[in-house]
Design a protein around this ligand. Structure first.
Ligand SMILES: *[C@@H]1O[C@H](CO)[C@@H](O)[C@H](O)[C@H]1NC(C)=O
Ligand SMILES: *[C@@H]1O[C@H](CO)[C@@H](O)[C@H](O)[C@H]1NC(C)=O
Ligand SMILES: *[C@@H]1O[C@H](CO)[C@@H](O)[C@H](O)[C@H]1NC(C)=O
Ligand SMILES: *[C@@H]1O[C@H](CO)[C@@H](O)[C@H](O)[C@H]1NC(C)=O
Length: 737
């Protein structure tokens, strides 16, 4: 596809302008609070409600007990490794049904789940996905169905959902039997870890278990689940870099990072979320301490205000200019932490991308100002809506309700015969016959809550008996002193928050709404800023640990040595963009070659490495010719074989390149060349080494790290070499042809 590549390249180069906002977005940020009346907000809330229940009914009619509904063809489809289906859409939606206040549907759905679910099946499942969607769904529904105070207690219910949750938790346990304590990413529910299971997993997968596993331990009285989750979190944190960053993928046997890019997006995101929320839910101070250090490192190295980009975990140097739509949860997390000011700025930037396309594409290049080719879908994701809801609760700023109006208007475009469809491409606006379970469980739930927060707040979360913590799948776990374990003799495995702290936190969580101006019957409302959530955690902390710092600014300063925690080298987008234009930089690339060399003798390894070098060299030249106007984009200066600490395994091949064209292009060029070389190599050797070659990313990783060579006078730019192409035109050209 040379033509396509050339276009993409032209698109990349055409935009050497220092704009942080999409070029199509005209004028000022459009998050201006338009006038909104109570009546309009009621209509929007009720529309979300009917979207939710008509889609739920369609799922039950056409797809149950399979996992998902195909919204265009009205069929069911499985996506979680079982041929029977786990009714994932329904399990995931249980507490959303309660949140939207429909007890009839809640009761009917709980029955259906209990009738159908069985985890003693030959199914190869992702521990992460099953944990956040299914285990979390079962636990939150259990706590609703068994507690009078929630208004959703079911008379006949006798802990069946908790029993299912326990079975699932037990089936997960063999995954944790690893040298590092970080679990395998996937497991067979009946047979345990499969023979050829990959040993590479993501940081999010190893680090987002503590809420569900901790709650399972609380409810069953068996501490092993919480312990396993804690061990895994610690094991990941232990392997942080000197500057406090973690990577995206890790080998659970060697503990070696196979993808060492730090970010708050894909592969890592909920690792951060669960550290803070573990403190909020269980009062785990260790996790708060880790969160604080981790947060400071992110603010120092990954933030390029107002964006968060990807940086090498060892150096903290930014290596891409990608806003990954999964990052959109981050302002919500910052809101919970009390860092409202930063959250607001970041949300503004993210929302402009939504405003530009009507959706957030999976990947958006903030340097180029457009969706990244190949990353243009919008698969009904909730994260930006989640942050909007939390920010509205924290600030009471009406403009967040008008964001809600935009979200709703966009989602209407995705309506199909039976439900709502993924958008395959935000530019062409073509749809795809798929609807993930999180659409009901999270997207519509948060949108409903956003509108309802401006109204009477009669939902269980903002008006019920307890404050709630949302899991990363938006399942609701109550914050209360005692969890009603089925067995009265159960000893709680962790100390719950002290009474004073809980009532304090409750008033604050509530405060977010009670202090907020309600929408009266008449008139419109102006934006009104105040921060009910602000310093929430410090306030709690003060009741328990008076020595805890309670000024975030000072805290970040002390942790990073920089005012406001901001990296002095890179505190503006302009500075960053000018770096991205430089050529003659050093680019280090680490390629995981474990599967290439394990099991081979010295002579064979040497031969394979020689072939790998040759292939890299050839690919570099070929790619430069195909896509980059002929100038060889980078020169291979040096390489070495690096082995992982504590083992004799020679895990990676480290390359050092000298770039010949602007850095962001050289980065793309080198990554293409390396991936091509890896592909050639793996096809050649996969059979020989008994490996299954189906996943280039997890089998052999590509990790770029940059060293900025400052002040060498080599910042000549090559804009003139490339013909200017209108970004919008090529954007559409790429996706529609
Ligand atoms: C309650 O749920 C049922 C089943 O999903 C649905 O048909 C009904 O319309 C819902 N009722 C309300 C008031 O939303
Ligand atoms: C926190 O500390 C900074 C720097 O010392 C100071 O400027 C700011 O006013 C403090 N904020 C609060 C809320 O005390
Ligand atoms: C792999 O590493 C070991 C030391 O950990 C070293 O002795 C050996 O020579 C290395 N193998 C190759 C092929 O470089
Ligand atoms: C593991 O991989 C080997 C080599 O490809 C294959 O022969 C074997 O059947 C696989 N085992 C399983 C359980 O998939």
């Amino acid at each position: 596809m040379p033509r396509r590549g050339a276009r993409v390249f032209a698109a990349l180069v055409a935009v050497f302008m220092t704009v942080a906002v999409p070029s199509k977005a005209s004028g000022a940020p459009s998050k201006i609070p338009a006038s909104l009346s109570r009546k309009e907000i009621i209509e929007m809330r009720d529309e979300v409600k009917s979207m939710f229940f008509s889609t739920l009914d369609a799922y039950v009619t056409h797809a149950y007990p399979l996992d998902e509904l195909r919204p265009m063809t009205c069929e069911g489809v499985n996506g979680f490794g079982s041929s029977e289906g786990f009714a994932v859409t329904l399990v995931d939606a249980l507490d959303a049904i309660a949140t939207l206040g429909n007890k009839t549907a809640f009761e009917r759905s709980v029955r259906k789940v209990i009738e159908h679910l069985d985890f003693d099946v030959d199914a190869h499942v992702s521990v992460f996905e099953m944990n956040i969607r299914v285990l979390g769904g079962l636990l939150s529904a259990h706590m609703l169905a068994s507690d009078e105070a929630t208004g959703f207690k079911l008379d006949w219910y006798d802990g069946e959902l908790l029993e299912l949750a326990r079975e699932l938790g037990e089936a997960f346990m063999p995954a944790f039997d690893t040298p590092t304590g970080i679990p395998y990413g996937a497991i067979n529910l009946r047979y345990g870890v499969e023979v050829n299971e990959t040993t590479v997993t993501s940081t999010a997968a190893g680090g987002s278990l503590i809420l569900e596993f901790g709650m399972l331990s609380e409810l069953t009285g068996d501490p092993k689940f919480m312990r396993a989750a804690e061990t895994s979190l610690e094991a990941l944190w232990e392997r942080r870099s000197d500057i406090g960053l973690v990577g995206a993928h890790i080998d659970i046997v060697s503990g070696f990072w196979t993808q060492a890019e730090a970010s708050v997006g894909a592969g890592i995101d909920s690792f951060y979320e669960y550290l803070l929320k573990s403190y909020m839910l269980f009062g785990n101070e260790r996790h708060l301490a880790i969160f604080e250090e981790a947060y400071a490192a992110i603010e120092a190295h990954v933030r390029v205000a107002p964006w968060y980009l990807e940086s090498g975990m060892a150096t903290g140097n930014i290596i891409t200019s990608r806003y990954d739509s999964l990052m959109s949860f981050w302002p919500g997390l910052q809101t919970l932490y009390g860092d409202i000011e930063t959250a607001t700025t970041t949300h503004d930037a993210f929302f402009q991308v939504w405003k530009h396309y009507g959706f957030t594409p999976e990947g958006f290049d903030v340097h180029v100002g457009s969706a990244i080719p190949g990353q243009k879908p919008y698969p009904l994701r909730p994260e930006l809506i989640e942050s909007t809801y939390l920010l509205y609760k924290a600030t009471g700023d009406v403009s967040y309700i008008s964001c809600g109006r935009d979200f709703l208007a966009s989602l209407r475009l995705l309506k199909t015969k039976c439900g709502y469809a993924h958008m395959r491409d935000v530019v062409t606006q073509k749809l795809e016959d798929k609807m993930e379970s999180f659409f009901l469980a999270e997207t519509l739930k948060y949108l409903y809550l956003l509108f309802d927060a401006a109204l009477d707040r009669e939902n269980i979360i903002d008006g019920g008996p307890y404050p709630y913590i949302f899991t990363t799948e938006a399942h609701i776990f109550p914050l209360k002193l005692t969890i009603d374990a089925k067995d009265d003799r159960v000893q709680h495995s962790t100390p719950r928050l002290a009474t004073a702290a809980v009532s304090f936190m409750r008033s604050f969580l509530r405060g977010g709404v009670t202090m907020m101006k309600k929408f009266g019957e008449e008139g419109t409302h102006k934006s009104e800023k105040f921060c009910a959530y602000h310093s929430l955690l410090w306030q709690i902390g003060l009741t328990r640990a008076p020595e805890r710092p309670h000024n975030l600014t000072e805290r970040l300063h002390s942790l990073t040595g920089r005012p406001n925690g901001v990296h002095s080298k890179r505190n503006s987008v302009h500075e960053f963009f000018s770096r991205m234009k430089r050529q003659d930089q050093t680019l280090f690339v680490r390629v995981g070659v474990r599967s290439l060399i394990s099991g081979a003798d010295q002579a064979a390894v040497a031969k394979r490495l020689a072939v790998m070098l040759e292939r890299t060299h050839d690919s570099l030249r070929a790619i430069s010719k195909e896509h980059f106007g002929g100038t060889t984009c980078a020169k291979l200066n040096n390489f070495r074989l690096a082995s992982s600490e504590g083992t004799n395994e020679n895990d990676s091949l480290d390359f050092e390149f000298r770039t010949n064209i602007p850095f962001n292009l050289a980065n793309v060029c080198v990554s293409k060349a390396i991936m091509r070389a890896i592909n050639l190599m793996m096809h050649t050797y996969a059979n020989e080494i008994g490996s299954v070659w189906d996943d280039p990313v997890s089998q052999m990783s590509y990790i770029p790290v940059t060293e900025w060579n400052d002040g060498s006078g080599s910042t000549k730019e090559q804009e003139d070499d490339v013909e200017e192409t209108d970004e919008t035109e090529s954007d559409e050209d790429v996706s529609s042809n």
